[in-house]
Design a protein around this ligand. Structure first.
Ligand code: BES
Ligand code: MN
Ligand code: ZN
Length: 483
């Protein structure tokens, strides 16, 4: 639970007091206006706590703990560093067994408070579903957090968006055989249940076959799960307003197919539905924020499995658009499923613009690493908007090019195009985007490659712990709000 109350009260078992370095000198600071307990004042004066970024200093006070958290110099402080510091405090062993925590920020600036909320909800998220033995850190969602600030609508909204991010992360983190296509359909139906301005239509194997979405079907051929293409229409604006379409890659497990992935690459492939999970998080946010927009949410779901039924390298398939595709590699399955979904959406729903989000290429991890998603688009103004929103939300994207010569990279000798790029190893993220581009026609389109950002291995990164990050949810929600 998160609550907003002002002024600061120092009345909970634990208090997180965030200090900027400047606040320790002179009287101009916010801190001196706080009427701090004497014990805290003397620590601040003693020079033992210097408020370097990430510095933690516990002060015990009548059975309570006041945890001083350094934010560093405010002139040098990024909101990312602030989130990281607050997260570190919340998950620190000092607070493990404490349920009620007051957070007192050094500033009442809106961006500071929003960063604190994100630090608590996104930063405090820990995937613990299958942990049966006590283990720290303890997920912050089991605690009561009181943030010392005036309650504002914008803070309630930030909180809702963060909850959408975590909803998406839960879908990604769980087992592939739990979160299969049927489970995802059930989840979506649960979200929209009883809502008047929403409708859903699902294409299953039978309908996909009848309509000729053969690329999508081929990818799922080796699986016993049903392939599904789910459309959710959200009507938040008048009927004259066009639709923004949002399509997520939902490969519930990517073995690579007969071009089987090696050990070291296959272990986290349950996360290959992160695009679809992001779309579902954004759907949840759209409803929670009651956005006055018309939006089409699309989840393209399949499992890239192996077995005697699996599709094969060398196959030539005709997709929904009529374009023939040589399967050069069964591990380049995401673009196949998306190609049919894009072509079908453009033809049958005629959206004013279309955004897809996908864990599409390992090459994107090589190009941009784990902190920036790849952005590619056939529309400069859309791309510019996303880049600006990326800086605002800290849901980071970086643009990569699509250019005419990439057509040659996906030429085939036996079909119109093939599903991998040439030469091998060169700009694989861009040739994958060029492949997708050929299925959207003249529609304004933007593609997000979240292969590097959707999942944090090892100790996590930025203010995300181990596991799914919800990459794209904040960015896409903000885009829908403003466009
Ligand atoms: N799902 C993978 C991409 C991926 C890689 C996501 C690492 C997350 C982390 C995608 O389906 C894939 O396998 N792409 C291939 C394409 C290649 C065969 C042209 C790749 O990147 O190796
Ligand atoms: Mn693959
Ligand atoms: Zn994949």
């Amino acid at each position: 639970m998160i609550a907003f109350r002002s002024p600061a009260r120092f009345d909970k078992s634990a208090v997180i007091l965030i200090c900027e370095k400047e606040a320790l000198k002179g009287n101009r600071s916010q801190l001196s206006g706080l009427r701090l307990p004497g014990e805290v004042m003397s620590v601040l004066k003693s020079g033992r706590f210097t408020a370097d970024n990430g510095e933690l200093f516990p002060v015990l006070l009548k059975g309570k703990i006041i945890l001083l958290v350094g934010a560093g110099k405010s002139s040098e402080l990024s909101m990312t560093a602030l989130r990281t510091a607050v997260r570190k405090a919340l998950l620190s062993p000092f607070l493990n067994k404490i349920k009620d925590i007051e957070i007192i920020p050094y500033s009442q600036a809106e961006e500071t408070i929003r960063a604190v909320i994100e630090a608590a909800v996104i930063g405090g998220y820990v995937w613990r579903k299958y942990i049966t033995k006590d283990q720290s850190p303890v997920s912050v969602d089991t605690k009561n957090i009181f943030i010392a600030t005036l309650p504002k609508r914008i803070y309630q909204e930030t909180l809702l968006v963060c909850q959408g991010v975590n909803f998406s992360r839960n879908l990604v983190n769980d087992n592939a055989d739990t979160v299969n296509s049927a489970f995802i359909e059930k989840t979506v139906r649960g979200i929209i249940k009883g809502k008047r301005n929403l409708s859903i239509s699902v294409l299953n194997r039978k309908e996909l076959k009848a309509k000729g979405l053969n690329l999508h079907l081929a990818v799922n051929q080796g699986s016993r799960n049903e392939p599904k293409l789910i459309f959710i229409k959200y009507n938040g604006a008048g009927s004259k307003e066009g639709y923004t379409a949002m399509i997520g890659k939902g490969i519930t497990f990517d073995t690579g197919g007969l071009n089987l992935k090696p050990t070291g690459s296959i272990e986290t492939m349950r996360t290959d539905m992160s695009g679809a999970a992001a779309v579902i998080g954004v759907l949840k946010n759209t409803i929670a924020l009651n956005l006055k927009k018309n939006i089409l949410f699309v989840c393209a779901l399949a499992e890239n499995a192996i077995g005697s039924g699996a599709y094969k390298p060398g196959d030539v398939l005709t997709g929904y658009s009529g374009t023939t595709v040589e399967i050069a590699n069964t591990d380049a399955e995401g673009r196949l499923v998306l190609a049919d979904a894009l072509a079908y959406t453009v033809k049958n729903y005629k959206p004013k613009c279309i955004i897809d989000i996908a864990t599409l290429t390992g090459a994107c991890v090589v190009a941009l690493g784990h902190d920036y998603s790849g952005l590619m688009s056939n529309d400069d103004s859309m791309a510019e908007k996303f880049l600006a929103l990326s800086r605002e939300t800290d849901d980071r994207v970086w643009r990569l090019p699509i250019y005419p010569e990439l057509k040659d990279a996906i030429k085939s000798q036996i079909a119109d195009i093939k599903n991998t790029g040439l030469p091998k190893g060169a700009a694989g993220t861009c040739s994958a985007a060029e492949f997708l581009r050929q299925f959207v026609g003249e529609t304004k389109w933007l593609h997000l490659d979240i292969a590097g950002t959707a999942f944090a291995d090892n100790q996590g990164r930025l203010y995300f712990g181990y596991g799914a990050t919800g990459a794209g949810v904040r960015l896409l929600t903000e885009y829908l709000r403003k466009n």
